[in-house]
Design a protein around this ligand. Structure first.
Ligand code: ZN
Ligand code: ZN
Ligand code: ZN
Length: 368
């Protein structure tokens, strides 16, 4: 599988005139070679020539963690005190264009630029994103398994099985984090719990605000679930509940959000440009007069990273193809008052949008 992925990368490199691709920390490395670098100040770098064998430069003390895959890469280790940048530059050679993993530490790139004065540098995402963003059947099933796991937690919240009133957002967030792991993820990525006016901040940090009766609470949570190869796929879901009956105003706002989300999912068909999916969801909110309160794109791609390509955003005219996986997550945020968001992960498929999340989309009313 990794050898196949690297060969696909080599053909995209050839199309883009990239001579060598180098990948360091971040999700590209495990996706293409099955090894995840520790985010250390010591250099780890997969060097992939367009027409040659790949080498994995690793610190000597990290080498025992590497699962050797001789059909994919050769391990080249270096010891403290040795010049790892010179070692990497030697493997890159006299390449004209070097594509560098987008999350590579700037310090390493600055040193490589100095070591390779004749090279032109580009972003490796132009090579990796077109490959990573299109999921095969096994990847879709991995996303579905992760989605089902967070659906079960969402259903518990909606059924009132996770107590809210009188607890702080942070306490509830910690409980959701534990549930994410209990449901089979190996890592918690985030567990946003935003109550009352705090929900007007889309990425609110769960804090010491005590949840009260008579207010809405927004939950946005997800983790990474490893598949058989040890490469993890992410979940990401948002649901809102109301503690006690909502006011007519909030119920009306939620109806608009519900319709916007449904329109976004329905529009996510093969061949539809990403920006048209965004426009479909946004149009419902605009028409209802809440347009100024929908302050972010409709969605982001998801896979081995919680946020990857393709983005469902104005300006992205990329047409959806089968296997594109992304969130549909419109939100309405009124500063100082309240906010709401509704999010599913959806995969574009030949026979229509395939939702990875099926937890109820309505505004659940809980007792507390
Ligand atoms: Zn977000
Ligand atoms: Zn989310
Ligand atoms: Zn999301």
């Amino acid at each position: 599988m990794f050898a196949d992925r690297l060969n696909r990368a080599r053909s995209v490199m050839a199309d883009h005139g990239v001579d060598v691709m180098v990948l360091s920390v971040g999700a590209d490395l495990p996706y293409f070679c099955g090894y995840e670098a520790m985010p250390l100040e010591r250099l780890t770098l997969l060097v992939v020539p367009s027409d040659g064998d790949a080498s994995l430069v690793v610190p000597f003390l990290e080498a025992p963690r590497v699962v050797e895959r001789p059909d994919v890469f050769e391990v080249v280790s270096w010891k403290d005190g040795e010049d790892a940048i010179a070692l990497a530059a030697g493997l890159i050679g006299s390449a004209g264009t070097v594509a560098v993993g987008d999350q590579t530490w700037a310090g390493f790139l600055v040193d490589l630029v100095a070591e390779l004065p004749g090279a032109r540098f580009s972003r490796a995402s132009e090579v990796t994103a077109p490959i990573r963003s299109v999921k095969d059947a096994a990847e879709v099933e991995a996303l579905r398994a992760a989605g089902s796991a967070v659906d079960r937690i969402a259903a518990q919240i909606q059924a009132g099985e996770i107590p809210l009133v009188g607890r702080t957002e942070a306490e509830v967030s910690a409980q959701i984090g534990r549930r994410i792991v209990e449901e089979g993820h190996h890592k918690v990525n985030f567990a946003i719990v935003a109550s009352g006016p705090n929900a007007a901040s889309p990425h609110h940090d769960a804090g010491d605000r005590v949840i009260r009766s008579g207010e809405a609470v927004l939950f946005d949570f997800g983790g990474t679930m490893a598949d058989a190869d040890g490469v993890g796929y992410c979940s990401d879901i948002t649901r809102c509940v109301h503690v006690g009956e909502p006011t007519p105003g909030f119920a009306e706002l939620y109806e608009v959000l519900f319709a916007s989300h449904a329109a976004g999912v329905a529009a996510a068909t093969v061949g539809t440009p990403c920006e048209a999916v965004d426009a479909a969801a946004r149009g419902v909110i605009d028409d209802a007069g809440y347009g100024e309160f929908f302050i972010h794109r409709t969605g982001h791609g998801i896979g081995v990273e919680a946020h990857e390509h393709p983005n469902i955003v104005v300006g992205n005219d990329l047409p959806l193809v089968p296997g594109h996986a992304f969130s549909i997550e419109p939100g309405i945020y009124v500063p100082g008052e309240w906010g709401a968001r509704l999010e599913d992960i959806v995969v574009a498929a030949a026979d229509g949008p395939d939702a990875m999340n099926v937890a109820d989309h309505g505004l659940a009313v809980v007792d507390g």
